[in-house]
Structure formats: C-alpha cells, structure tokens
Design a protein. Structure first.
Length: 501
C-alpha cells in the first residue's frame, strides 16, 4: 500500500510538472504573439500614409497607444517596461521633448501615487490592515452571514481609503478565506457554496471596486482623470473635492450589498462558530504595536491635510510628507520589511499611461477618434441623459476584456475628454460620469482585475458570474448616469454650459 501511495505521489508530481510546463509554454507563446502584434500596429501606423484629418505626429502617437494596449492585454512586457516604453517611443517617433513626453513623472498625481502605494505597503507588510478589518468584523459578534458580510464590508471601507484596489483585494483575500474555512468539510452543500462565493465576490472584488471610486488614491483611473483634466483643461481637483464630486456613489454600496445577499440567497444563513472564531483570528495578531499606532497617527494626519489643505499643500506633497513621517527612526517601521509590498512597477505604468494620454490629447489623436462617435450622436439632437446611456453602452463593448484599470484609464480618459469637447458638454462632469460608468464593468469576469481575481478564487461558473455581473453593471451604470448627473448639476457642475439638460 505504501509503495502504491508513493507511485501515485510521484505520478501526481510529474503530471503537475507537465501542466506547469504547458502553462509556461502557453504564456510564452502569448507574449511572443502579443509583442509582434504590438510592434506591427505601432510601425504600421507610424510609417503608413497619414489618415485623413490626422496629423503625422498624431498618427504616430496613436500607433504608440495601440502598442501600449496590445502589450497590456497580452502581458507581452513587464508593467515597468510598458510604463517607461510608451513615453520613450513618443520621444523617438515624434518631435516631443523628453520633459513633455515624461510629464506625468514630475506631476503631483505621481507623487500622490507614491505615497498611497507606501501606505498600502505598510498595511500589507504589518498586521495593521488585518487588525483593522478583524477588529471591525469581530465587533459584530454574530454567526449570521449577512452581518458578517456587513462587518467585512465596513472593514473594507475603513482600509480602502489608503489602499489601491488590487492591494485591498490581496489584503482581504486571506481574511475572507479564513472565514470560509470555518465551514471546512461542508463545501459540497449548496448553501455553503453560496456563502463562500458571496464572501469572496463581495469582500475581495466588489467592495474594493465600489469604494475605490470614492477615494482619489484608491483607483488608478481616478488619478489618470485628475491629471489629464489638469494638463488638458487646467481643471484642478483636490483629494477632498474628489470625495465631494463622487458623494452620491455611496448610495451604490447598500444597493450592491443587498443585491449580493439577494442573488446568492444568504440572508438567512449562518456560519456556526463565527462569533467566537473571528475574535480568535484577531487575538492571534497579538497586541497592537507602536509602529502600527504611529502609522495610524501619520495616516490620520495625512487625511486631515488632504481634507483641509492648509497653505494649499498639494495632495502629492502631503502624501510624501506623511510617508517620510512613517519612517522616522522611532517609528521602527523598516523599509526593507514593507518595500516588497510597494507596487513600484504599477506606479511606473500609471505615470507612463498618464504621459501617453497627455500626448494623445496634445497631438490631436483623441479629437480624431472622437469624431467617429460624435457625428452620429450629434445628428440625433437628443439631451445629455439618452446620449450618455447610448455612449456608455457602446464604450463598454470596447472596454470588455481590458483587465488592467491603468489600461482602461489610458484608453478611455483621453477619449472621454475629446468626446466632451466635440459634443459640447462640460468636460469635468462628462468625463467623470463616463469613466465612473466604465469602472462598474462586471459584464465579463475578466473586465477588471479585482473582480477577475475574486471570480477565479470563488469557483463560481463563468455564466453564473456573467449573469450576476451583467445585472449589477446595468444597475450601477444607470444609477451613475441619473443620480450623479443630477448631483453634479446641483453643486455647480452641469453637463452643459446652461444648467438645463
């Protein structure tokens, strides 16, 4: 028997090795095909005759944009290379100067991202993030699934203000899995499967995404939009002003929560022992340490500075000040301990995407692309709401399959700016509503990173998550178009120059 077990173990190991080798081979082929497609698009547009209505410089930048999207969709190159490569190609293939092509790397938004990523690393590299989450959820003292989901959701919101969406997903994944492990051995039961799926989808996918739009530093397209509005239109949006502009989106959180509870039918279910096990999970972290307390003090100071902006200190500079305070000698927070959690490659990718978006706009490529959408819509003479409904529905088709939030922002923020001008709408409310709608993209599980990760771990079927995500996306998009448009008009940002719509 022992010999047979050893043979089975060896066979399983060999089969696993074969599967891993095949996966690596497939990934390699995908990268090779991706890089070939990327450079074919780039060189094809750069060297081909200029398209009518497009300047040669604009066509070259458009080719670089296609190269960027192809690399992102196929993972042909590392993020840091794509982020640096896009503005580099702008310098090499156009007459752009280096400071202009790499403009985002010296922007306030870039340094805001640096600070936010360091905050996220401290949350991930110390027990602080888990401590905050487990303190909130264990305070619920319940075994009811609905209340556990609510507690974890509140913890998500508490932490999400200083953590980018993907990092928030990574932080809450082990917590959600830990709660699910309380039902180990019962996974075959339909109600247990529904509980596990709702835990992962809500806590690791949806709450980080829905809360990310509320906080400037939590969602990459937010940063891209703010910087391009500043560069292209001279419109500056502070951390506090972003929160105010997006205030109605808080109303989507309870809608999303109760939709998940209803869809997976977990409102009346319980997780036996959760009321005692969750406090135990918290107790395993031990007592809060001075470095964690100091980090909370620094984050609180940063929040105050962001909201009140004394002496008009820009958000990026505030983020750097707070990051410096966190690493003062008495904090006992070591950079080598948290540095591995800083998403440096994503930060470079974000800056490269913003720089590329600025180049697209300044070269006229965005305006040229916009005309293909604008002309049919202009001829209808319809008011803003029907136009937004049709436009957003069409853009979701183009957005499908773009997993990276950075790639989505790089592609659609410049386009939204061009569409706003061409259609005669105010740029701030129009672009904000369009990009917010495109961020609520759950029609396909692979349409946004956090949702994709959550679906992959949840073991929910593809068509099951498509049905769930499609209905939730439609609800969220209609809410944004109707409610946020009215809100922006009320606070002085109407869709058109005249207040009427």
């Amino acid at each position: 028997m022992a010999a047979e077990a050893v043979k089975e173990s060896v066979l399983e190991s060999r089969m696993k090795a074969v599967d891993e080798a095949e996966e690596q081979a497939q990934a390699y082929r995908k990268k090779i095909i991706g890089i070939v497609i990327a450079f074919v698009l780039l060189l094809g547009l750069h060297f081909s005759p200029t398209l009518p209505g497009l300047k040669p410089e604009g066509q070259s930048v458009l080719g670089i944009f296609c190269w960027f999207i192809a690399c992102m969709v196929t993972d042909a190159l590392p993020n840091v290379i794509v982020g640096l490569g896009a503005p580099l190609l702008v310098v090499l293939l156009t007459k752009a100067k280096i400071p202009a092509a790499f403009s985002a790397f010296a922007s306030d938004v870039f340094f805001l991202g640096v600070g936010a990523f360091i905050f996220a690393a401290i949350m991930m590299g110390t027990p602080l993030g888990k401590r905050v989450a487990l303190t909130i959820v264990s305070a619920m003292k319940t075994s009811r699934v609905k209340r556990i989901l609510m507690g974890l959701g509140l913890a998500d919101l508490a932490v999400g203000g200083v953590i980018p969406t993907v990092s928030e997903t990574a932080l809450f994944l082990p917590i959600a899995k830990g709660v699910g492990s309380l039902m180990a051995g019962k996974e075959h039961l339909p109600e247990v499967k529904r509980i596990n799926v709702s835990l992962i989808i809500l806590i690791c996918g949806l709450v980080p995404l829905y809360s990310g739009l509320l906080i400037l530093t939590s969602h990459f397209p937010n940063l891209i939009l703010v910087e391009l509005l500043h560069k292209a239109e001279g419109v500056k949006i502070s951390w506090g002003q972003w929160f105010w502009l997006n205030l109605p989106l808080w109303g989507l959180l309870p809608i999303m929560f109760y939709f998940v509870v209803w869809w997976f039918k977990v409102g009346d279910l319980e997780i036996p022992g959760a009321e005692t096990e969750l406090p135990k999970m918290k107790a395993e972290l031990g007592r809060i340490t001075f470095p964690e307390i100091w980090a909370l003090i620094c984050l609180g100071l940063g929040l105050i500075l962001w909201i009140f902006e004394p002496y008009k200190i820009q958000a990026g500079m505030t983020a750097l000040v707070v990051a410096m305070l966190m690493f003062l000698p008495w904090s006992r927070i070591e950079m080598k301990a948290v540095g591995k959690y800083v998403l440096w490659d994503t930060l470079i990718l974000l800056a490269g995407a913003i720089s590329l978006g600025t180049s697209l706009h300044s070269a006229g490529a965005v305006q040229w692309l916009a005309q293909f959408v604008v002309n049919p819509l202009k001829s209808t003479g319809w008011p803003a709401i029907p136009v937004l409904l049709i436009l957003v529905a069409g853009l979701h088709v183009a957005r499908a399959g773009i997993v990276s939030a950075v790639a989505m922002g790089a592609m659609f923020v410049p386009m939204a700016l061009g569409l706003a001008k061409a259609l005669g709408y105010s740029t701030l409310p129009f672009t904000l509503i369009v990009i917010n709608c495109l961020s609520y993209a759950f029609f396909l599980p692979m349409s946004i990173t956090a949702f994709f990760i959550a679906w992959g771990i949840s073991e929910e079927s593809f068509w099951g998550i498509v049905k769930f995500g499609t209905i939730l996306s439609i609800i969220s998009n209609i809410y944004v178009i109707l409610v946020q448009t009215a809100w922006l008009s009320l606070i002085g940002y109407p869709m058109t120059k005249a207040a009427g719509m």
